[in-house]
Design a protein around this ligand. Structure first.
Ligand code: NAP
Length: 265
């Protein structure tokens, strides 16, 4: 069987390196390109701590797509770069597997449109870990019975967007299950602006950013005389690798734009 040819964008970043390792370690995947605005010309092997593999970091996505004709582009860049990369990939009929978070609703609509125009599928996952997918599923279930809920997400302090894509997806899934609800004391006030967190349909979301953290989230439900806490921790970034590999293997068989790892497992 032919190997799936993969290009990684944001290749020298924290998650890009995980994507590179995922592809290099898999027998059925072939790394044909690595794109980043840093380290241009460096052999990818040096980046991931193995011997040179003959793929150099390149700054120009379009040229690599044209020359290497990959099947899939894995993107872990930033909210400012990701839309352009996705559109460039789709123009070349390359299916994006997107881990970058922070895409807006109007950007997602644009991606739907481009996917249709180019008849090329897209997979987007706010979180590639199975544990986080289960956390969201369990939280949605719990909200049926315990509608008072707050989310605390914690990430490393280089993260650009807040709240995290996982927190947004969690509160969206909970919103499918419960009516909007005014939580907390009706007369409550903030002595430090923002200390009650962001608000969505009555739910509060709190974003913690500290060095030393990877990606963590607690969904805390409160009821009469009791609380329920559902917590997930990515304690190292290799937790994302199996989900990235699954996305790469499945994206070509999808229709249109599919969002969420739960749709692949
Ligand atoms: P990071 O370490 O900052 O890596 C991003 C890399 O992309 C950097 O090397 C950056 O270079 C580079 N870059 C910026 N613009 C680019 C462009 N136009 N083309 C190619 N490369 C470009 O960030 P990270 O921690 O890996 O996170 C990346 C994204 O993944 C974030 O949106 C994060 O929220 C998300 N994420 C998703 C998951 C998931 O499971 N879905 C898990 C963790 C993180 P500069 O540093 O020079 O800008």
């Amino acid at each position: 069987m032919d190997k799936i040819k993969v290009v990684v964008t944001g290749a020298t970043g924290k998650m890009g390196l995980e994507a590179l390792n995922t592809v290099i370690d898999a027998d059925d995947l072939e790394l044909v390109g690595a794109i980043d605005v840093k380290h241009a010309g460096m052999d990818v092997g040096y980046l991931v701590g193995v011997k040179p593999i003959g793929v150099q970091v390149n700054e120009d996505l379009a040229t690599v797509l044209k020359e290497e004709k990959p099947d899939v582009m894995v993107d872990f860049t930033n909210p400012q770069a990701v839309l352009k990369n996705i559109k460039t990939a789709l123009e070349h009929k390359v299916s994006p597997v997107v881990g970058t978070t922070g895409l807006t609703d109007s950007e997602l609509e644009e991606i739907q449109q481009e996917s249709k125009t180019n008849n090329t599928s897209v997979f987007i996952a706010p979180n590639f870990t199975i544990g986080a997918v289960l956390m969201m599923r369990f939280a949605k279930e719990a909200a049926k019975y315990m509608p008072h809920v707050e989310v605390i997400e914690q990430h490393h302090d280089e993260k650009l967007d807040a709240p995290s894509g996982t927190a947004l997806k969690t509160i969206e899934m909970i919103s499918e299950e419960r009516e909007a609800l005014r939580q907390g004391n009706i007369n409550e006030y903030e002595k430090i602006p923002g200390c009650r967190g962001g608000e969505h349909q009555g739910m509060r979301v709190h974003s913690v950013r500290l060095p030393g953290l990877v990606a963590h989230q607690e969904v805390i439900f409160g009821g009469q005389g009791q609380t329920l806490t559902i917590r997930h921790d990515s304690i190292s970034r290799d937790s994302f690798r199996p989900g990235i590999a699954l996305g790469i293997r499945k994206v070509k068989s999808l229709k249109g734009v599919v969002i969420g790892l739960e749709n692949l497992i």
